[in-house]
Design a protein around this ligand. Structure first.
Ligand SMILES: Nc1ncnc2c1ncn2[C@@H]1O[C@H](COP(=O)(O)OP(=O)(O)OP(=O)(O)O)[C@@H](O)[C@H]1O
Length: 314
């Protein structure tokens, strides 16, 4: 997990605390901020590898199937039910963690059922008659404003408080721009390694655009951008032009790049070489031209000849 900003280290500390208990955790944050990564990390911390972690995306499953996915069903519970019945995600997560992703999309009638599971610590398969005891920790996540949903009666208040024992609110990337260079370095390493090329560097201007971009898709968008840059940049250094092909400049980044160009530092020998070439272009490469060039540069003729040799000019 990459990040050194105060905002990030604070939630890492909170996650470590949560990981030491089996209390429920609610992870909030915009899309792509790392909610699933946090959920998996909280689950994995200090636990045997065999402890189950079962994830379900409540927004990706049609409402009609969600109930049977969560709670399972008994043989012949409904038309199309498998002969043998099927355990639900809660049962599969027994002894471990169920990760309810996009909990804000959970229909109200299923919210009531989940609340019952958390209170009674038992589940009932659809069509089943015997409650099955379960011991599961719930980690739920959403990018919706759950508190507002509670106010609007779209999310059950009692379930909200049951889930919100530990609250991890992940700040957006815009709120912690200091972490962007670290993440860029991490993803450059990852993708250059994956594509079997030497690790690429990044020009200061290109870095300025990336740091100042709005990153509405957060770390996921940054990750995809770095993957793209590793693919299209054929040189060792990712330049402004490469980044511009993906991220349009805004007024601010345009200004930052201009400033960067203005204060570009040129090594002294490079500067000397450029000025000598300029003088020779002006006066010509003849003996007389070289004499005039040396005078214009305010150096002796023999110094000019020495430098021509040193810089391999002429
Ligand atoms: N701190 C981090 N360090 C390194 N990689 C990260 C970090 N946070 C997130 N990522 C990476 O960013 C991508 C998106 O993360 P993840 O899927 O956990 O976000 P999410 O908030 O669950 O997204 P969504 O809301 O869309 O489900 C993943 O590839 C994840 O590995």
């Amino acid at each position: 997990m990459i990040g050194e900003s105060q905002e990030f280290t604070d939630i890492i500390e909170m996650s470590k605390k949560a990981a030491n208990f089996t209390s429920n955790v609610l992870i909030l944050g915009e899309s792509g901020t790392g909610k699933e990564l946090f959920a998996r990390s909280i689950h994995n911390y200090n636990k045997p590898i065999s402890t189950p972690f079962i994830a379900i995306n409540c927004a990706a499953i049609p409402e009609s199937l969600l109930e049977s996915e969560l709670f399972g069903y008994e043989e012949g519970a409904f038309t199309g039910a498998k002969q043998t019945g099927k355990p639900g995600k809660f049962e599969l997560a027994n002894g471990g963690t169920i990760f309810l992703d996009e909990i804000g999309d959970m229909p109200l009638h299923l919210q009531a059922k989940i609340l019952r599971v958390l209170q009674d610590r038992t589940i009932e398969r659809i069509g089943g008659i015997n409650p099955i005891p379960i011991n599961v920790r719930v980690i739920a996540a959403t990018n919706k404003n759950l508190m507002k949903m509670v106010e609007n009666k779209e999310f059950r208040e009692d379930l909200y408080y049951r889930l919100n024992v530990f609250n991890i609110t992940i700040p957006s990337l815009r709120e912690r721009p200091g972490d962007i260079p670290l993440l860029i370095d991490y993803f450059l390493d990852m993708y250059c390694n994956k594509f079997g090329v030497a690790k690429k560097g990044i020009e200061a201007g290109a870095m300025a655009i990336l740091i100042n971009h709005q990153w509405k898709g957060n770390i996921r968008e940054l990750q995809n951008t770095i993957e793209y840059l590793c693919c299209i940049c054929e040189d060792d250094i990712i330049e402004v032009e490469n980044v511009r092909s993906k991220i349009p400049l805004n007024d601010y980044t345009e200004m930052v790049i201009k400033e960067d160009e203005i204060i570009e530092i040129i090594p002294i020998d490079e500067l000397e070489k450029r000025e000598i070439k300029k003088a020779l272009d002006k006066y010509g490469h003849t003996t007389v031209g070289k004499l005039q060039a040396a005078q214009a540069l305010n150096i002796g003729k023999s110094t000019l000849y020495r430098k021509l040799k040193e810089y391999n000019i002429d």
